[in-house]
Design a binder for this molecule. Structure first.
Ligand SMILES: *[C@@H]1O[C@H](CO)[C@@H](O)[C@H](O)[C@H]1NC(C)=O
Ligand SMILES: *[C@@H]1O[C@H](CO)[C@@H](O)[C@H](O)[C@H]1NC(C)=O
Ligand SMILES: *[C@@H]1O[C@H](CO)[C@@H](O)[C@H](O)[C@H]1NC(C)=O
Ligand SMILES: *[C@@H]1O[C@H](CO)[C@@H](O)[C@H](O)[C@H]1NC(C)=O
Ligand SMILES: *[C@@H]1O[C@H](CO)[C@@H](O)[C@H](O)[C@H]1NC(C)=O
Ligand SMILES: *[C@@H]1O[C@H](CO)[C@@H](O)[C@H](O)[C@H]1NC(C)=O
Ligand SMILES: *[C@@H]1O[C@H](CO)[C@@H](O)[C@H](O)[C@H]1NC(C)=O
Length: 248
């Protein structure tokens, strides 16, 4: 039986949909991402940001997407044993899912920056929905995606998550998007932390050994699988929606 072209495209469309959680921003080869090398505990090359990203008052012009599920700004990180936040350390860190990932077994880690196009439109819409009253316009977005990655020495485990850095006119936000996450075998920590932990957030339950909470169902913005944070450190963050823990 030959399928009509229309049903063929419908099928392709549906299969793409089922592999890619709809909350994920575009990623992978289809989106033209740059791919991290598939080596244990590695990192992206140094990513020079097209637009500075303000993180709790510090302005960063570069970042590393580290294979073990976090972004760092000062230097790359090969740390496969995560630390629980607050670390009270000397570096800022954004950790959608910091644990011992091994992309040499399966999965793809990739990233891309945007300064024009539909991804900015989508980011602008999402941020204005979650943080109303700021009249925000995104001018720059970085999307980093861990697509069906394995945990260390557990070939075949598949965990998918994404972090989206969004900035515009001195405001910065992060989205963390979760698809299916396999049960981890090592300590997991999800959230973000700052120098001296003056501000930090841990996704509830994500500091319980290797026990991973059901991230795909969790949210602070009423969208299952998505967490959204304002992270520039500006003065009016108390007006914002969502759970946020600021320590000082
Ligand atoms: C990882 O980052 C370091 C710098 O901290 C760099 O020397 C190294 O080349 C990076 N790895 C890759 C695969 O680019
Ligand atoms: C990033 O560049 C801006 C200027 O665009 C500068 O003010 C800032 O100090 C730089 N940040 C770092 C960490 O070098
Ligand atoms: C990391 O970069 C920030 C911003 O430039 C700086 O304040 C901090 O001291 C750096 N940390 C280390 C360990 O170099
Ligand atoms: C972090 O704490 C150390 C020592 O307590 C202090 O010297 C340093 O200035 C602090 N850094 C920031 C960015 O608050
Ligand atoms: C960080 O450590 C310093 C002492 O080194 C302490 O005074 C401060 O309360 C700690 N901050 C957090 C958030 O744990
Ligand atoms: C920690 O994980 C265990 C299962 O390993 C679970 O029974 C317990 O409720 C979890 N605790 C928290 C605070 O999430
Ligand atoms: C997660 O959400 C799905 C669909 O909404 C539901 O079927 C499932 O029971 C939820 N799981 C938990 C642990 O809440």
């Amino acid at each position: 039986v030959r399928m009509s072209p229309v049903s063929h495209y419908l099928l392709v469309f549906l299969s793409v949909l089922s592999l890619t959680p709809v909350i994920f921003y575009p990623f992978g080869s289809v989106a033209g991402d740059t791919v991290n090398i598939a080596v244990e505990d590695e990192n992206s090359t140094l990513i020079n940001l097209w637009s500075p990203f303000v993180f709790f008052g510090r302005t960063y012009n570069r970042t590393f997407v580290n294979n073990n599920g976090q972004l760092t700004f000062n230097q790359s990180s090969s740390q496969f044993i995560s630390h629980y936040f607050p670390i009270n350390g000397s570096e800022d860190i954004i950790a959608p899912l910091w644990t011992d990932v091994d992309v040499s077994m399966n999965g793809i880690i990739s990233y891309q920056q945007y300064s024009t196009g539909s991804v900015l439109t989508r980011a602008t819409r999402d941020i204005n929905q979650y943080f109303p009253g700021l009249s925000f316009t995104a001018i720059w977005v970085l999307v980093a995606t861990w697509d069906r990655v394995a945990y260390f020495y557990h070939t075949g485990t598949e965990t998918s998550f994404q972090v989206v850095l969004i900035s515009g006119s001195d405001l910065s936000f992060i989205l963390m998007n979760y698809g299916d996450c396999a049960v981890a075998y090592n300590i997991v920590q999800a959230g973000y932390d700052t120098i001296n932990s003056t501000a930090y957030f841990k996704i509830p339950g994500s500091d319980n050994g290797s026990f991973t909470p059901n991230l795909k169902n969790s949210t602070n913005v009423n969208v299952p699988g998505r967490w959204a944070f304002r992270v520039d450190g500006g003065p009016d963050q108390n007006n914002l929606q969502g759970t946020q823990l600021i320590c000082s």
